[in-house]
Design a protein around this ligand. Structure first.
Ligand SMILES: [Zn+2]
Ligand SMILES: [Zn+2]
Length: 275
C-alpha cells in the first residue's frame, strides 16, 4: 500500500451545476498531484421534471450520457500514465421503479468505472428546490428511511454518497443530527453498508453546516466501531478551486479513529490507498 492523493467525488461542465470544464478540472487535479481522480457527473433521473418550473427544468438539465462518457473516456486515455482518471457517475436515487430501471440501463450501456449512489431529494424534487416542512424528528426519520431504501438499489453502485445532505436545506435552528437522536436509524444504515460491502463517502462539501463533513465524523466513527473500514473522501468539487478541499484534516481525523486507508473503486475492483 502506498500513499496517494485521491478525490473520488467531482463534477464538471457535464453536470448542470459544474462550473469548470472537465479538461480544466483534470489539469488542476494533476497540478495538485492527485493520483486517483474520480469524475462523478450527475445523472438525475430522480428529478420529476413535471413537478418543476420551466426555469428549474432548464437549469437542471444534465448533459447527454453519450457525450459525457465519450468525452470523459477520451480524457482518461490522454492522462494514462500521468493520473488515474476514473470515469464514474453519481446516480440520484429514487423509489420510482421506472427511475431505477433507467439507471440499470445506463449502467449496462456505459459501464462507468464506479458509481456513487446519492439521495438528493424525495418524490422527484431536489431538497435544494423544495420547501421542507415538518418537525425535525419526522423529517430526518423520513430522510434516513429513504437512505436505507437507497442501499437496496437494484443496479450496481460502489460508494454511498453524502449521508446527511438534507441538512444543508432544512429550516431548523439546529440542523445537525446526532447518534443520540437517530442512533437506531443510523446504525441500520451503517450496518447495511458494511454487510453489502459498499464504501462510505466522507464528503467535504458541508457548505454552511457546523460539521465540516457529510456525514459528520461522529457517524464515521460509529461506522468504524461497527466494523466498517471502507471509506472514500470526496470534495464534491463543482469548480477547480475545491478539488481536495479539507482532505488533510479529514485524513488526520480518520487516522485518529483508526482508519489506515481509503478505498478506491474501479471497475468492481477495490483498491486500498494508504492515508
Ligand atoms: Zn450529490
Ligand atoms: Zn456530487
Amino acid at each position: 500500500m502506498r500513499k496517494f492523493l485521491t478525490d473520488m467525488h467531482t463534477h464538471s461542465h457535464y453536470s448542470h451545476d459544474g462550473r469548470n470544464t472537465l479538461p480544466e478540472m483534470l489539469e488542476e487535479a494533476q497540478r495538485l498531484g492527485v493520483a486517483f481522480y474520480g469524475v462523478s457527473d450527475h445523472f438525475d433521473y430522480d428529478y420529476d421534471l413535471t413537478k418543476m418550473t420551466e426555469e428549474e427544468r432548464i437549469k437542471l438539465q444534465d448533459a447527454d450520457p453519450a457525450d459525457y462518457f465519450h468525452g470523459a473516456r477520451h480524457l482518461q486515455e490522454d492522462y494514462e500514465g500521468a493520473m488515474n482518471v476514473l470515469v464514474g457517475a453519481e446516480f440520484g436515487y429514487s423509489d420510482d421503479p421506472a427511475v431505477k430501471k433507467r439507471y440499470a440501463e445506463t449502467y449496462e450501456k456505459y459501464r462507468p468505472d464506479f458509481v456513487i449512489n446519492s439521495v438528493h431529494g424525495d418524490k422527484g424534487k431536489d431538497f435544494a428546490y423544495t420547501e421542507i416542512q415538518g418537525e425535525k424528528k419526522a423529517v430526518y426519520k423520513e430522510y434516513l428511511a429513504l437512505i436505507r431504501r437507497s442501499l437496496d438499489a437494484p443496479y450496481p453502485y460502489d460508494i454511498v454518497g453524502h449521508i446527511g445532505y438534507v441538512a444543508r436545506y432544512v429550516p431548523f435552528e439546529n440542523v445537525e443530527f446526532s447518534l443520540d437522536e437517530f442512533g437506531k436509524e443510523i446504525d441500520e444504515i451503517l450496518s447495511a453498508i458494511i454487510q453489502k460491502g459498499k464504501i462510505l463517502e466522507i464528503n467535504t462539501a458541508s457548505k454552511h453546516l457546523k460539521q465540516h463533513t457529510i456525514p459528520s465524523m461522529e457517524i464515521v466513527k460509529r461506522y468504524y466501531e461497527l466494523g466498517g473500514r471502507m471509506v472514500s473522501i470526496g470534495s464534491d468539487a463543482h469548480f477547480k478551486e475545491r478539488i481536495l478541499e479539507k482532505r488533510d484534516e479529514v485524513v488526520e481525523e480518520l487516522k485518529k479513529i483508526g482508519f489506515t486507508y481509503v478505498t478506491v473503486p474501479c471497475k468492481g475492483e477495490y483498491i486500498k490507498v494508504e492515508i
